[in-house]
Design a binder for this molecule. Structure first.
Ligand code: SF4
Ligand code: F3S
Length: 104
């Protein structure tokens, strides 16, 4: 499966949603997640994300995000259409520690 990490927080560009063939993105207040049981590992979303928030879960950096993606994909609503990014998306794209500061 692929996962969404901290770089999506407060950005939500949603370009990823537009290309996913199985519509397995789920939307929270300020971040999207991928449903690990629904993702077919096609990889087409990975290069679409401006802050590079999407990674295959085989990458060491992805490990801690897999549980979070699985947990919230079961709770948050499905998103299938691109929307406007969050207001400060461009400004916060490269900010570190977004999970601690903004995740909700
Ligand atoms: Fe969707 Fe493919 Fe990305 Fe998985 S890897 S979330 S199936 S676009
Ligand atoms: Fe988030 Fe990147 Fe998609 S910022 S909404 S994972 S395009």
């Amino acid at each position: 499966t692929y996962i969404v990490n901290e770089k999506c927080i407060k950005c939500k560009y949603t370009d990823c949603v537009e290309v996913c063939p199985v519509d397995c993105f789920y939307e929270g207040e300020n971040m999207l997640v991928i449903h690990p049981d629904e993702c077919i590992d096609c990889g087409v979303c990975e290069p679409e994300c401006p802050p590079e928030a999407i990674l295959p879960d085989t990458e060491p950096a992805a490990e801690k995000w897999l549980a979070l993606n699985a947990e919230y994909a079961d709770i948050w609503p499905n998103i299938t259409r691109k929307t406007d990014p969050m207001p400060d998306a461009d400004k916060l794209q490269d900010e570190a520690g977004k999970y601690e500061k903004y995740f909700s």
